[in-house]
Design a protein around this ligand. Sequence first.
Ligand code: AMP
Length: 284
Amino acid sequence: MVVVATTIEETGTAISDARRRGLSLGLVPTMGALHAGHASLMSRARRETGFVVVSIFVNPTQFGPHEDLSRYPRPFEKDVALCDAESADLVFHPRPELMYPPAFKTYVEVHELQDMLEGASRPGHFRGVATVVLKLFSIIQPEFAYFGQKDAQQVRVIQQMVRDLNVPVKLVVCPTIREADGLALSSRNQYLSVEERKNAVVIFNALSDIRKRVEAGERNVPALIRAAQERIDKVADARLDYLAIVDHDTLQPLQTLTGRALVAIAVFLGRTRLIDNILLEIPS
Ligand code: AMP
């Protein structure tokens, strides 16, 4: 049975014990409301490491003032059951006051990478993400940490933080898990009405259409974006927040496709904002 720890002391004891037994540590950071996307990270961690820690923490500092922090789903018992089914060893589930006591003063910023795409739509988001992930790395001290390609910019921000601050952890990036129609699994999908859920497939269809056009030889980024925008405009309830085709490393916008490109999209379905992305490799 997976052990649940809510304090730093309990967590430290479980981790020291695992180390004494010579086990390597894998961390899967999550905000809970776990689904098959999270499970895929856990099962990869289970295969590759001896002691799997799943953190479940809805991190207040990565939410904007008008976002869904208070209504973000928190089905904790169900989440623990899923961690157990995936044979995780420890669930770290701190209270917000433990992570951010009143005297808290230190934040991590990854300049430039934090400002575009999600960072432009959600100011302060990546400052919160980088800060909580570094805290989790310090508390758990994992050799390996597992992240989803679903949050591509998050991966890029954390990679940079790990490199810049010499954090001794190896990042493992896992593919995006999708529903049968292509919609990326997300804890926020449960906000969607039946109608919005049906329409949400436009996100994956717009990305797939871009991939198809690129495979057919299109390299002009504004033309690709225009076609996708038109497709989204036709769908009731759907409103494009951003669609950008950027260099995979710098996240700077491309005019003409070359090298490794990230196609990143955010769409509102009614009040629910969903993100997705694909990677494109253009042979030179
Ligand atoms: P979250 O709970 O949304 O903060 O996500 C926790 C981790 O799960 C992050 O590394 C996400 O990128 C990853 N994740 C979320 N959805 C998916 C998905 N559909 N496929 C793969 N990984 C995912």
